[in-house]
Design a protein around this ligand. Sequence first.
Ligand code: SF4
Length: 473
Amino acid sequence: MSGFIEGDDRNQATLFPERLDDYVAEDSPVRVIDVFIDDLDISGLGFKTEPNDTGRPGYHATTMLKIYVYGYLNRVQSSRCLEHETQRNVEMMWLTGRLAPDHKTISDFRKDNGEAIRLVCREFVMLCKKLNLLSNALVAIDGSKFKAVNNRDRNFTRAKMKRRLAEVEASIDRYLERLDEADRSALAADNTQRLEDKVAALKEAMARLKKLEVRMLEAPDKQLSLTDSDARSMNSRGSGMVGYNVQSAVDSQHHLIIAHEVTNVGSDRAQLAKMAKQAQAVLGRDKLDVVADRGYYSGREIRACEQAGIDAYLPKPKTSGNKARGQFDRSEFHYKADNDEYECPAGERLIYRFTRTEKGKEIRRYWSSACTACPIKNKCTTGDYRRVSRWVHEAVVERAQARLDRQPDAMRIRRATVEHPFGTIKSWMGATHFSMKSLPRVSTEMSLHVLAYNLKRVINLVGTRQLIAAIEA
Ligand code: SF4
């Protein structure tokens, strides 16, 4: 590492009575971090490794990366806290050779090396694969909402804006009424002045909200976040939050996260194929089984998986209210592929009538002419005929349902697999979750969390010494 600031030799005798190395236990996770990062092809991953031509030498990327991985593994994530740790934490001193970059240098490294840090996370997954810690059989895909630094009051959607404008308007009306009353009852002048000041402040707030409304309506998704412009309002377990939707593909054997991605789209519906293909690429398999919850259910996504050789297991959401109303459910109509027709509960044939396009999908329509004279029609439809729709690729969805029927345990395995990583990472993050702003930086932050999670998990599974030996092998 010539050309860079050199650290102390950790075996050198100094004021300490023993070597610095003696302060770090043989099975300390910090030793794994040291070996893992030293083993990486740092420049190949995209980190800058050329020394500065002029000025003061900088810190080498391996030093900075070690600081971050150690920090995230030990729930120290802010650059200021990491700066303090480099000055007082013996393990950190051991790791960096007693180098102590300032918080700005630490912060800039994470900011400027997002893509390379994501690749380091992937390198560790590849190491897990080399150690045969991935099952190669079943991967669970799940998404979880993580809070952004953006407060809910600093996020505006059309509905929120309408509500806030109405609130301010109501307050102005209220104060104006009180002003009228004050005029009529000849209240003290200072009281009137106080009310006038309140009305003026509310009018200012209204003008500010109107300006924000213009900015909000200019955004493609008609949403505005003032602190972190990429954060979006999304639903999480029945309540709203402003944050990001983190997608993960988790191996079912040891609950290791093999692929992850941060998005600011609240719905999981379009994420299945993308995440499944990422998991497939990591595992290097032509065939793969993935399991997800009903939030991922999309015919197009299941078809995209099937085309890539991935079998998806996920339940169909129950959106029809027919069953609750005591009417026949869609599942009670059986498709007969040979004749391309449906058989209804009355045993009548619903034949193909025409095809139309709905939301970009080609939908075939079927019904029977016998409906008008059907004795059980009141249990089937309130219209003249019960019409059944079928997507042209419906067979893909039916195969997925048949797979799930053969594997009733799939949903239990999914729950047991995905809830562990997200629960662990959120507990490490604390109440605030992300500390950085913007989608790329939040993605970097998540990669460091995922790397720390996987690292800790593998250390627990394999043991520090064995892991070090495997990395060095
Ligand atoms: S109403 Fe029509 S579709 Fe429904 S059960 Fe009767 S015949 Fe079959």
